[in-house]
Design a protein around this ligand. Structure first.
Ligand SMILES: [Zn+2]
Length: 106
């Protein structure tokens, strides 16, 4: 049996299977590296992880978790924007109020 890969959420600091988390990477930018969501989970290089919930993403930004994770000065200004776009793609039901019961927790 294969162990799940464990990662720590930068927001709440809970360690969990990386399937439960979303991955962030840095891309070249001026004047600093830009933190962007790695929607595919396949991007090269060092990654940082958070739960796919606003609270954890905001905490990660607030605590400068990205700078720590990437060991660099980073520009996290696109993080919340990327996350909102991600939420729009993955959870359209929540916004439109469509009544589709998936049985999953919020
Ligand atoms: Zn978290």
């Amino acid at each position: 049996m294969k162990l799940h890969q464990q990662r720590t959420c930068m927001g709440c600091r809970i360690t969990t299977s990386k399937n439960e988390l979303i991955r962030w990477v840095v891309q070249p930018g001026q004047p600093q590296l830009q933190v962007r969501l790695d929607a595919t989970g396949q991007a090269h290089g060092r990654g940082a992880w958070t739960h796919p919930v606003p609270k954890c993403v905001q905490q990660a930004v607030h605590r400068k978790g990205f700078a720590r994770a990437f060991r660099a000065q980073v520009d996290a200004s696109a993080v919340l924007q990327d996350f909102e776009a991600y939420e729009d793609r993955t959870a359209p039901d929540r916004r439109t109020g469509r009544d589709k019961e998936s049985g999953s927790e919020i």
